[in-house]
Design a protein around this ligand. Structure first.
Ligand code: ARG
Length: 584
């Protein structure tokens, strides 16, 4: 059980013993560690309720807690009614020894494991991945890992943007460059070349040029829209080209996401939901939810309690084209049919929040999604440059993810120690660079914008990814010097210094922080915790002479404490999707 839960349970009993029945006691980590480890301020909230002051209530509860758990806690009361709790060293050591061999390090599985679909990544086929997609991938990956660690069944779906105007843009651009290709000649040709007429660089170039052209050239834009419509209606040559675009693009996406250590269980996209759209439209029509407004088919979703205007959700334009909303509703329908999830989480740019609110309302109103299935939205802000505007390349263009990763590798390389062999340098620099970026991103709340600061992110000092990775390097090196069989275990003995006790206390808190991060869906809580743990470890390391310790039992206890610290830091890095390193 997590330490916080154990204390809470004991506190509830103590409130009961003192005749304050059914009080839901709250306990938190102490803000004044010099006074106590944990604090309960529930008595303050009960002031006047039992004809007693909060101090009287706190004192009687503290007495009961002492009576029952003398060996576990030192308890005292502070005006006007705080109950201060300090773990006894015996309890602390006992707890740590019990989790030494536990693969979950004291964390317990969720009582009600859920089936959860996470819609994240959201890359668009044919367009280069840019830093906006990075945030979705980084945050989504960490949330998935947190949920899985707690025992939930999670399905991650990239939900590719693979059915929109960009397809028509590429088709028209290619047509203008190479009109003789077979894809454009007959609509019902039986066979097209197996090999695509472009590689990823050429595809990106086609899209980039087409995008520029469409902004200047109305006629070209209209042609691209027409080509998109023909593709969607089943034009065989365009479909063959579309398949090429998918193959080339998805292979490239897999490579890029691989470098970020982000993986998806499903590589479905907007195109996969198209088959369900007519059904969903009919479903809405049958329930008289779909109405024609100004020529378009819409569903009204405003509610009386709305504080902000809630526009109707548009599904089909007057020209018959179906929109983003229809695709998302059809995708929801398919997800419910195939997976029966308890929850669906979207990790998408916060500017799309209104869209997802509309979709969720239509989904519940039409009962396409049952009321017991939760739809959650985790919206994220932008990654900015020092000027406070979305991060760009030096010449002002949109930064591709590939270029960003290269920038990070260069930044990290300059900080590597000389003893690292040349052959290892690239891999280590990649792990540091990507780790630095992920930590820099995840240590903020998703919804906040943040500034990409290469210098600060890759620094080995301060609250950064490399600082945490470096703590692991340090632990590995001392463990090596102590030189015992990795498989041997030694009991942890009571602390002799404050810095040792502080480290023990921090290790005890792992499961509580995992629970907090998971319930709030905030990987930043893991960043906070693992940073504090690494700092506490560094104090311990500087203050205690581990290698020269003469008492062998104590020395081996240090060895176990190091091993546990190592495991907990590694687990935190795993939860954040950051690679661990043994040298850097
Ligand atoms: N492809 C979209 C974009 O780049 C994000 C997709 C988000 N997920 C969804 N189900 N609509 O903005």
């Amino acid at each position: 059980m997590s330490v916080l839960n154990a204390i809470r349970k004991d506190l509830i009993d103590a409130f009961n013993d003192a005749s304050y029945n059914r009080v839901s006691a709250e306990v938190s980590v102490s803000r004044r560690p010099e006074l106590c480890d944990f604090q309960c301020n529930t008595a303050l909230k009960l002031t006047g309720q039992y004809g007693k002051t909060s101090l009287e209530i706190a004192e009687s509860v503290a007495e009961k807690l002492k009576d029952r758990h003398e060996l576990h806690y030192d308890v005292s009361v502070q005006t006007p009614g705080f109950i201060n709790i300090t773990l006894t060293d015996a309890w602390l050591v006992n707890y740590l020894n019990s989790v030494l061999e536990d693969p979950y390090l004291g964390s317990e599985p969720a009582i009600n494991p859920q089936k959860i679909i996470v819609d994240f990544g959201g890359a668009n086929v044919a367009k280069a991945l840019h830093v906006g997609h990075l945030r979705s991938a980084v945050i989504g990956e960490s949330i998935i890992r947190l949920l899985r660690f707690k025992g939930h069944e999670v399905i991650g779906d990239i939900h590719l943007g693979d059915w929109g105007l960009q397809m028509g843009l590429v088709i028209e651009m290619l047509k203008s460059e190479q009109p003789d290709l077979p894809y454009f000649q007959f609509e019902k040709a039986k066979a097209y070349p197996n090999l695509p007429p472009f590689d990823i660089d050429k595809l990106t170039e086609l899209y980039t040029n087409a995008n520029i052209k469409s902004k200047e050239d109305q006629a070209f834009r209209a042609l691209a829209a027409q080509a998109t419509a023909s593709l969607q209606e089943g034009h065989a040559g365009y479909l063959a080209l579309w398949q090429h675009m998918m193959n080339v693009s998805v292979a490239d996406l897999k490579k890029n996401y691989g470098a970020l250590q982000v993986t998806f269980d499903l590589w479905l996209g907007e195109s996969d939901s198209q088959a369900a759209i007519p059904f969903v439209i009919k479903w809405l029509e049958d329930r008289k939810l779909l109405v024609v407004s100004e020529g378009a088919k819409v569903v009204f979703v405003d509610e009386e309690t709305d504080k902000k205007p809630m526009p109707p959700c548009i599904f089909q334009k007057s020209n018959g084209a179906v929109l983003y909303g229809a695709t998302d509703l059809a995708t929801l329908y398919q997800r419910i049919e195939h997976h029966h999830p308890d929850e669906i989480i979207y990790v998408v740019d916060k500017r799309q929040e209104l869209h997802f609110e509309q979709i969720a309302r239509v989904a519940y109103k039409s009962e396409i999604v049952p009321s017991h299935t939760k739809i959650s939205f985790i919206g994220f802000g932008t990654m900015n440059g020092h000027d406070g505007k979305p991060f760009k390349t030096r010449d002002g263009g949109v930064m591709s993810l590939k270029d960003l990763i290269n920038t990070l590798i260069q930044g990290a390389k300059s900080r590597l120690v000389d003893t690292i062999e040349d052959k290892d340098k690239d891999d280590i620099a990649l792990a540091i660079g990507v780790g630095a970026l992920k930590f820099g991103d995840l240590s903020n709340l998703p919804v906040r914008d943040y500034v990409f600061d290469l210098e600060q992110f890759t620094s080995f000092e301060g609250k950064t990814g490399p600082y945490i990775q470096y703590a692991l390097v340090r632990i590995a090196s001392i463990k090596k010097k102590i030189n015992v069989e990795e498989s041997e275990t030694f009991p942890i003995t009571p602390p002799v210094t404050d810095s040792e006790r502080n480290l023990m206390l921090k290790l005890c808190m792992f499961s509580a922080w995992v629970d907090l991060a998971t319930s709030l869906r905030q990987p930043s809580k893991i960043c906070d915790y693992v940073f504090e743990l690494s700092q506490t470890f560094n104090h311990f390391y500087h203050e205690v002479h581990i290698i020269s310790e003469q008492d062998m039992i104590k020395k081996m206890s240090y060895y176990s404490l190091l091993g546990l610290t190592q495991k907990v830091i590694k687990q935190c890095l795993w939860l954040l999707g950051i690679q661990e390193l043994e040298k850097m």
